[in-house]
Design a protein around this ligand. Structure first.
Ligand code: IPE
Ligand code: IPE
Ligand code: MG
Length: 236
């Protein structure tokens, strides 16, 4: 097995380039999403194997609702299938399942499957897989502001007591450490409203490889690059 000197405890990935992968092959975009789902499975397993503790995957953003209805429908069906079929793999690999984002806007049958998967994997210990679904960082921060304001209004929190940890604790990611490594595939160099607060000191890695082609070997390359980074957090 591949050897590493340093493993990121938390990896976050903006899985991008499915549409372009299909386009290059003169196929409809949905073929790229279908192939991309295979990368999700391979990368999840690979991360668990090498000792990553948290893997956060950006699967559907608050902005992705702007896409054509048929593409959204396909993505929801793909998610529904994934939730149904991955149950065994997650349990066999001792992987806990969680989500971030507002899942109340997703089709009801998907919400049910999500809740079921969370429940049956809740004691899994090797790694936590966190799917970002209908997730947007600005929406997350806005919600945090609302929650904190209502605590202040009820007299349960003083303004002077608000610090950075108050914000962190009111985000979807409250239970999780900030990502050590953020990977974006397909060569786009932007954050696209993902984890804005949490990536303040995350190492960034952009891969030119399109998500459906991003498999084990590409993941290892990203981690080897991470090993070389010197994280100073503003110190010396
Ligand atoms: C990422 O691939 C998947 C989602 C955003 C759901 P895209 O669908 O964005 O593929 P490109 O960027 O158009 O190639
Ligand atoms: C970001 O990719 C969202 C996900 C990977 C789910 P997009 O393809 O939606 O982002 P933009 O439009 O290139 O910024
Ligand atoms: Mg894209």
């Amino acid at each position: 097995m591949e050897k590493f000197k340093k493993i990121p405890e938390h990896i976050a990935i903006i899985m991008d380039g499915n549409g372009r992968w299909a386009k290059k092959r003169n196929l409809p975009r949905i073929f790229g999403h279908r192939e991309g789902a295979k990368s999700v499975k391979e990368i999840t397993k690979a991360c668990a194997e090498i000792g990553v503790k948290y893997l956060t995957l950006f699967a559907f953003s608050t902005e992705n609702w702007k896409r054509p209805d048929n593409e959204i429908k396909f993505l929801m069906n793909l998610l529904n299938d994934y939730l149904k079929k991955e149950e065994k793999t997650l349990l066999n690999n001792n992987i806990k399942f969680d989500t971030i984002g507002d899942i109340s806007k997703l089709p009801e049958k998907i919400q049910k499957k999500i809740n079921r998967l969370k429940k049956i994997t809740k004691n899994c210990k090797r790694m936590t897989l966190i799917l970002a679904l209908n997730y947007g960082a600005r929406n997350e921060i806005t919600n945090a502001v609302k929650k904190i304001s209502s605590l202040v209004k009820k007299g349960e929190l003083k303004i002077s007591e608000i610090d950075e940890s108050t914000i962190s604790k009111n985000l979807y990611t409250a239970k999780y450490p900030d990502p050590d490594l953020l990977i974006r595939t397909s060569g786009e160099v932007r954050v696209s409203n993902f984890l804005l607060w949490q990536i303040a000191y995350t190492e960034l890695y952009i891969s030119k490889v399109l998500w459906p082609d991003f498999r084990k070997k590409e993941l290892y390359k990203a981690i080897h690059e991470y090993e070389k980074r010197e994280r100073r957090y503003g110190g010396l």
